[in-house]
Write a protein that binds this ligand. Structure first.
Ligand code: DON
Length: 551
């Protein structure tokens, strides 16, 4: 393929945090990816086209999380009424086994599931983008072309990307025996050009040969050679056997709206459904947003939902998960027994629920197009720059998603999440995720399109985003940028962002809660279609380079 003169202004761009558009809008973690999305929509592509092109672009311009070496989920509502949930989560290689991250004394060696070649799950993104393409209008070569151009001709890195690359140079050198585009002797600075020739060639192989350009042939051989250099276990067969899966989206009602979100192997949709179901009877809108009363109620709900996550959830293709039982309204009402306004609960007393039938750095983007198709995608390498391993001569980072399995029952992963047998490692199994791409319909038309990265905090951030709009009636900018909080059962603390109101923290401490201040929670993208005037409002989170565009 010939790469002609630059079609995306990759050296002169700015972040757009907010936009109001008449026809269509996109929101993503990087201004260049949002520009690519807008360009595809202007060319006649639909929301799925734009979402695919934005993911290819993010793999180039946002290497800490945008990826072809990771995996993700796409949730969509098409204007003919169909709802989609496409699963391109990574899977454990055939040689993986339950105790692979335990030392001889039986303790978990989490470095092995976090850094380097053994942390890598079989990548799903490329298969996922081709599975999504069934619903697109433009040829894949058109959707991948902007990414090839950005990789080949380069682009100016943002200050945040420069910081990210600088902070991990020593680990990049530790896990990569040959040089690559990300390793340099002089520190990266805002505005420096990042050219990724190896990645451009990989993307060209995919453009020419389709999925086989990644899962077979030269790219697959380069991945396996990289694995062998670092004692990784992914084989040519693992790559060839990888399939994206079409799942049934989770759809549930909330106060007359319809919420469409991701099923297993994400825990996100089930846990969101539990939390929305538990909060619905309480008319939480009578409390002020982020008041002690509201935060306490939501914390007690989050505690109960995350206890169930740890006990019951895992890849349903491998284990029985009592999904219907734990999302049943009667069960959710019983779960809230024992909730006492003004008094902290605790995670020793509140364990996973009794079920009646015992059967035993990420990134988000949204697109809403003029035809009424809505797409919500969360995609990940897991940690920032994943395993830190770049496939030599293929130019992309590999994920460290294996850490999302439960390496040993009850032992926390890098997000402090504990799990159980349901999420134990097995060959071919997909590790439990928290990614929660979500769409809310009002009168059967797309109303809210949202999602965020943030590991375990993803689900509680989406929970807050929906309540902020529907119950607390915040405007779109406040909904995204207001201080967030999070509770995940264990550890038994409420995490709050640094700008969380002090009087509320004090009130929660008086009730008996431990409150812990931490850095930013997530990076939410939000599109709202206003019924009154048909305007489409898009917001990119203030917490990153997140940026919107539209028509
Ligand atoms: O799938 C998951 O739940 C995690 N691998 C997501 C990681 C993430 O959001 C990191 N970003 N901050």
């Amino acid at each position: 393929m010939q790469v002609r003169a630059q079609t995306v202004q990759a050296f002169n761009y700015k972040v757009e945090k907010h936009g109001i558009f008449r026809e269509a809008a996109v929101a993503s973690a990087h201004p260049l990816a949002s520009k690519v999305g807008r360009m595809i929509l202007a060319k006649g592509g639909n929301a799925v086209d734009a979402a695919i092109a934005m993911q290819w672009a993010l793999a180039v311009v946002y290497p800490q999380a945008g990826n072809i070496g990771g995996g993700g989920f796409m949730v969509a509502h098409l204007n003919d009424g169909r709802n989609l949930a496409i699963d391109y989560r990574e899977m454990a290689p055939a040689a993986a086994y339950r105790d692979m991250y335990l030392d001889e004394d039986g303790s978990v060696n989490s470095r092995k599931s976090i850094d380097g070649h053994l942390a890598v799950g079989v990548p799903g993104t490329v298969a996922g983008l081709f599975a999504s393409h069934r619903y697109a209008k433009l040829p894949m070569a058109t959707l991948i072309a902007p990414a090839i151009e950005l990789a080949k001709l380069g682009f100016a890195v943002t200050a945040a990307e420069a910081r990210g690359l600088n902070s991990l140079q020593s680990r990049f050198k530790q896990f990569n025996t040959s040089g690559n585009a990300f390793i340099r002797d002089v520190p990266w600075q805002e505005g420096d050009t990042l050219v990724q020739t190896d990645l451009a060639n990989t993307l060209m192989r995919i453009s020419v040969a389709g999925e086989k350009g990644f899962y077979e042939g030269e790219t697959a051989q380069l991945i396996v050679a990289e694995m062998q250099r670092g004692h990784g276990i992914i084989t040519l067969d693992d790559l060839k056997n990888y399939k994206a899966k079409y799942r049934d989206a989770i759809i549930f009602p909330y106060k007359g709206y319809k919420v469409i979100t991701m099923p297993l192997p994400s825990s996100g949709g089930i846990i969101l459904q539990q939390m929305m179901g538990m909060v619905e009877p309480y008319s939480i809108g009578k409390f002020k947003h982020n008041s002690a009363e509201a935060v306490q109620l939501m914390t007690e709900i989050e505690r109960r939902a995350y206890a169930d996550r740890a006990a019951f959830l895992g890849d349903e293709d491998f284990v029985n998960v009592p999904v219907a039982a734990i999302t049943n309204p009667g069960y959710l009402t019983r779960r809230m027994q024992g909730y006492q306004p003004g008094i902290a609960g605790n995670s020793e007393q509140i364990q996973a629920g009794q079920i009646p039938d015992p059967s035993e750095q990420t990134t988000h983007l949204n697109v809403l197009d003029a035809a009424g198709n809505a797409v919500s995608v969360t995609t990940t390498l897991n940690g920032s720059y994943g395993s830190k391993v770049v496939v030599s001569r293929a130019g992309f980072f590999l994920n460290n998603e294996m850490d999302d399995f439960s390496a040993k029952p009850g032992v926390a992963n890098m997000y402090g999440l504990v799990g159980n047998e349901a999420n134990a490692i097995a060959p071919g199994k997909r590790m439990l995720s928290s990614m929660t791409p979500t769409i809310v319909l009002k009168e059967n038309q797309p109303y809210i399109v949202t999602g965020t990265p943030g590991g375990s905090t993803i689900i509680t951030s989406v929970f807050q985003t929906l309540l902020n709009v529907i119950d607390f009636k915040l405007d779109a900018m406040e909904t995204v940028n207001a201080p967030k909080f999070h509770h995940q059962w264990l550890p038994d603390v409420i995490d709050v962002e640094a700008d969380f109101p002090e009087p509320v923290i004090e009130a929660l401490e008086k009730m008996g809660y431990k409150v812990h201040k931490r850095g930013a929670i997530g990076r939410t993208e939000l599109i709202i279609k206003h019924g009154e005037n048909g305007q489409i409002e898009a917001v990119g989170d203030k917490r990153g380079d997140d940026s919107v565009a539209g028509i």
